[in-house]
Design a protein around this ligand. Structure first.
Ligand code: CP
Length: 302
């Protein structure tokens, strides 16, 4: 079996400090797994991986489980809702408990920011960030970048507009760091109360009309659960001002593609008819998440 050439750090906490070479290594290895002749290989049999989700997930959680099972790792699924977290056990004690049982790597999704970094300093096994608060979601951005590379052949020189709730978006942050490392240009478009001003030195905020001129239009979910009351007046108004509507789709460049990390609020940030439009990569993004996560699990364990 070919071995992956990666750096010594087997954690994957974010893309902010990952080099282009490391990102390319993961993308190339994902391509290897995508084209692997069989669905399951015993490549990583004998390794135990725990999926520790302290926040809800459908895509990331099942995509990691698919990836782990395709590599024949033993999978433990931890769900905070039915664990001793409900009795007040801390995230650190939970992860330390699973490490003590002998897991070889942990995939972890958390709400609080900064906890994952602290865990990585104290825990010996590799940890993979499956989304931490509004900080980073590195495997989402890797699968997004992989999807762009697959479509356009390269990412260097692409212009990517990320539209929506930048303030609360870990997807926007991981994509920003990953895309800049890969040589792409990033623009943000967001209502004023959904902007993260500290990011404007890396990606300018532009109007929706300007954002539509990009090669890739990445729409973000309006995260109703993270908003204080009063930030969004109505879904209809959001759609009118910032949504990717059928009318706005007609203004896109001929070669432009539409992306969205999902879950999607249909007819809020994107019109229902565009979700499975020929320009849309929303479901291919989900498919590409499996080989990306195979590459990331492999990176952690080998
Ligand atoms: N894109 C994404 O992270 O989806 P889930 O929250 O369902 O994992």
């Amino acid at each position: 079996m070919p071995q992956m050439k990666v750096g010594s750090d087997r954690h994957l906490l974010g893309l902010k400090n990952l080099s282009k070479t490391e990102i390319l290594g993961i993308l190339d290895r994902a391509s290897y797994w995508e084209n692997y002749p069989t669905k399951v290989t015993n490549y990583l049999s004998g390794h135990f991986v725990a999926n520790m989700f302290f926040e809800n997930s459908t895509r990331t959680r099942f995509s990691f489980e698919m990836a782990e099972k395709r590599l024949s790792t033993e999978v433990l699924n931890f769900s905070a809702a039915v664990s001793s977290v409900q009795k007040g056990e801390s995230i650190y004690d939970t992860v330390k408990t699973l490490e003590s049982m002998g897991i070889d790597a942990g995939v972890i999704r958390l709400k609080p920011i900064g906890v994952l970094q602290e865990l990585a300093e104290k825990i010996k096994i590799p940890l993979i960030n499956a989304g931490d608060g509004n900080n980073e979601h590195p495997t989402q951005a890797l699968l997004d970048i992989y999807t762009m590379r697959k479509h356009f052949g390269q990412v260097d020189g692409l212009h990517v507009s990320i539209v929506g709730d930048i303030l609360h978006s870990r997807v926007a942050r991981s994509n920003l760091w990953g895309l800049l490392a890969m040589g792409a240009k990033v623009s943000f478009c967001a209502p004023e109360n959904m902007q993260a001003p500290e990011l404007s030195e890396f990606a300018p905020y532009v109007s929706i009309e300007e954002a539509l001129k990009a090669d890739v239009i990445m729409m973000l979910r309006v995260q109703l659960e993270r908003h204080d009351q009063g930030k969004i007046t109505s879904a209809e108004q959001y759609r009118e001002l910032f949504g990717l509507t059928e009318e706005r789709e007609k203004l896109l460049k001929d070669h432009a593609i539409i992306m969205h990390p999902a879950p999607v609020n249909r007819n809020v940030e994107i019109d229902d008819s565009l979700v499975e439009h020929h320009r849309s990569k929303i479901f291919p993004q989900i498919s590409n998440g499996v080989p990306i996560r195979m590459a990331v699990i492999e990176r952690a364990l080998t």
